[in-house]
Ligand binder design. Structure first.
Ligand code: ADP
Ligand code: MG
Length: 687
């Protein structure tokens, strides 16, 4: 008798090739097969009448064959005319068929067909249905339960997968499945019941609920999976607590000096975040904190205050930015704040010449530079720190986890880490994908920010924008014009920007219109950005290099070409480049008609709101977690049954159970994790 812990190869008729295919999708043993759930169901539990058929639905019908024809050679296909007793008709089409099939289907036969109803020029059709000739003695297609459809892999067929899962269900009869959530709720089925319902839902089951993943059997499993996913991250967090940290004594001296030098008062939200960070820095385990805030909410200054504590305690800080432009801007910004306090800031990027680089490396190694700002270049091997104690990562989504960690390895003990996001992250993702991080949110913008008015404009109305640009520049403000050409090479991108630049120059002869793009060298780019900051350039034509971070408060008009091609978060980021000063700002989203419904929604949302938190939620709904988190977080993007977007309402409940499990013993936790998270192949090495 099979047990749930048996490897899949023990199934009779399942060979090494199928085993490898199953292993490839995380199925190693029978228990994993149990948790391989159908992604949809076919309903063959009753016949549908043709006059009640809905186009697009899959239905089972029983009809009579009136006629069978093979159409002329060029578009050769077999069509089969069917009707019911009331004269309602259905046409079957076969684009591939063989002689045997042709001969088998004959007039007056009673036929059962299962397939999707389509609409053709003469009425209802089905293409390549599954069919049985009842009058020729074939068995019925009618079933007692819904038919599960499983995700497949490699050369595995649906029928095989169905059979194997069925065998795992049988093994369940004599092999206990630990049900850890017995007390979950009286309204929910047990684990065993839930699996039975989902693999073989009975006809009376609420199919609409199942289709929407709101059936209690699904909720039961979703809660368990979300719980396990959080559990694996909270365990990491717990582990980190045992690492040796650098305990900072929080001091006020530099803090006060910087405070006095600031030209503004910190918002309450900023003060709260600084307090959160100081608490972490002074505790005896390493900080790993996510600092979230909308574009322009002032995350940078919060990081500067964290740096001060490192300096006060004799530690270095490394600040890593995703692009050269941003790194450079941070270098200037941090230097402006820190130099007056006699704190030395070094700068390191990949494109520096050898002499400069050597100079910077020495400053870093000797400890003369207390704060180091740079790009990816910071975690290269040749970079050695004297005493790195704090790591700040800006725009975290641009970096992989391993890059963050390799910088952390250069540190003295385990460094404190502050991770900043470009825009807010939806709460459901913070609780799931980032459960191992503590989180602080700047939920308030500095006073005096003006809402950016956002309008959408057809590309054809480019000419009207010229007038607007003239008006804005006459008032002394500046303009960004962003060119986008997605999925094309950098060369093409630069080319399209070059064309736009020429067009604008021609039409705005009295203004200084300058082009900046990713193929220019770093010095050129830096110089252009400086000129723009100093107001020497009126209109900056850019590819999306300006996407993150740049801060020029005098810019008050943002024009985005082909905005329909960009994602919500990216558009919101770009828009955040204006509205930073006291002047009324406008963002013009140009688009190429016709818009897809998804693009229409995106542009609509941007016009409706400036609130990055709302936009982040919508973005998650429209794109799904996989797209938003990228490949770094496959754990959350690719769960077996749970989906953080659809099932966001269950995340709190899952957290509640997760916290209970954190108190349980190690083996129980591990068993639960092994059931759901199967991509750690090492534990099944011999199966
Ligand atoms: P982001 O959160 O997008 O990284 P920044 O840190 O670049 O935002 O800050 C945007 C601008 O707001 C900067 O010019 C900064 O000096 C300014 N700023 C930050 N905090 C405040 C505040 N409390 N009051 C006024 N201006 C502020
Ligand atoms: Mg920033």
């Amino acid at each position: 008798m099979s047990k749930l812990s048996d490897p899949v190869i023990s199934i009779h008729g399942l060979g090494p090739k199928a085993r490898d295919n199953l292993n490839g999708i995380g199925i190693y043993n029978l228990e994993h097969l149990l948790f391989h759930l159908p992604f949809r169901y076919q309903n063959k539990t009753h016949f549908t009448k043709l006059n009640e058929a809905h186009v697009g639905n899959e239905i089972l019908v029983q009809l009579t064959i009136d006629d069978v024809q093979v159409t002329p050679l060029r578009t050769r296909q077999m069509v089969c005319h069917l009707s019911d007793e009331n004269g309602w008709r259905l046409l079957l089409r076969f684009f591939h068929f063989n002689q045997w099939q042709r001969e088998q289907l004959t007039r007056e036969d009673i036929i059962q067909c299962f397939g999707e109803v389509k609409i053709g020029k003469d009425g209802l059709e089905m293409h390549h249905p599954e069919y049985r000739l009842i009058s020729k003695g074939q068995s019925t297609l009618l079933e007692k339960t819904l038919s599960p459809i499983y995700p497949l892999t490699g050369g595995i067929h649906q029928a095989q997968m169905k059979k194997w899962v069925g065998m795992a269900m049988e093994a369940l009869q004599n092999s206990p499945l630990v049900d850890n959530f017995k007390g979950i709720s009286h309204s929910m089925p047990s684990l065993k019941q839930a699996l039975a319902i989902l693999h073989h839902p009975k006809e009376g089951e609420n199919l609409t609920e199942i289709a929407e993943f709101r059936h209690t059997a699904q909720q039961r499993l979703i809660i368990e999976e979300l719980c396990v996913q959080q559990l694996s991250l909270l365990r990491l967090k717990e582990e980190r607590k045992h690492k040796i940290a650098n305990v900072f004594a929080i001091k006020e001296c530099l803090f006060r000096q910087l405070h006095q030098n600031l030209g503004f008062t910190l918002t309450n939200a900023q003060q709260r975040c600084i307090a959160d960070i100081n608490t972490d820095l002074s505790s005896n385990h390493p900080m790993l904190r996510l600092l979230q805030g909308d574009v322009g909410s002032g995350k940078t200054i919060v990081a500067v205050f964290a740096c001060l504590q490192a300096v006060e305690n004799g530690f270095q800080t490394a600040i890593m930015a995703p692009t050269e432009i941003l790194a450079h801007q941070h270098f200037q910004g941090f230097s402006d704040y820190l130099n007056p306090l006699r704190i030395e800031v070094a700068f390191l990027t990949g494109s520096q010449n050898t002499t400069t680089r050597k100079e910077q490396l020495e400053k870093i190694q000797s400890g003369q530079a207390q704060v180091v700002i740079g790009t990816h270049a910071l975690f290269q091997e040749s970079v050695e720190f004297k005493k790195l104690g704090l790591v700040v990562i800006d725009e975290q989504h641009k970096f992989g986890v391993h890059q963050r960690l390799s910088l952390a390895q250069k540190a003295y003990n385990t460094p404190h880490q502050l991770v900043m996001t470009a825009t807010p992250i939806p709460r459901s993702l913070t609780m799931s994908a980032y459960a191992d991080l503590d989180s602080s949110i700047i939920d308030e913008l500095p006073p005096g920010r003006t809402l950016v008015q956002t309008v959408a404009l057809n590309n054809e109305r480019k000419d009207e924008i010229i007038g607007k640009i003239e008006q804005v520049c006459k008032a002394g403000n500046q303009v960004y014009w962003v060119c986008t050409l997605i999925d094309e090479t950098e060369v093409l991108r630069a080319e399209s920007a070059t064309n736009t630049h020429a067009y604008l120059q021609e039409n705005l002869p009295n203004l200084s219109v300058v082009l900046i793009h990713g193929r220019m060298n770093k010095d050129e780019k830096t110089e252009i950005m400086q000129q723009f900051e100093q107001g020497e350039i009126n209109v900056l034509v850019a590819t999306t290099v300006i996407e993150v971070g740049v801060n020029v408060p005098n810019a008050s008009l943002m024009v985005i070409e082909n905005s329909e091609r960009l994602g919500l978060a990216q558009l919101h980021q770009l828009r955040g480049r204006v509205g930073r000063g006291n002047d009324k700002s406008i963002c013009i989203l140009m688009y190429q008609a016709p818009l897809s419904s998804n693009a229409k929604q995106r542009l609509g949302i941007l016009r409706e709101t400036n609130d990055g938190f709302k936009i982040a939620e919508k973005d998650l709904q429209l794109r799904g977690p996989g797209e938003i988190l990228g490949t770094q977080q496959t754990g959350v993007a690719d769960m077996k049954i749970a989906n953080v977007v659809r099932d966001g309402y269950l995340i709190e409940k899952a957290r509640f159970y997760c916290e209970q499990f954190m108190q349980e013993d190690e083996t129980k936790q591990q068993a639960l994790i092994a059931r759901w998270i199967t991509d750690d192949k090492s534990q099944y090495a011999n199966t």
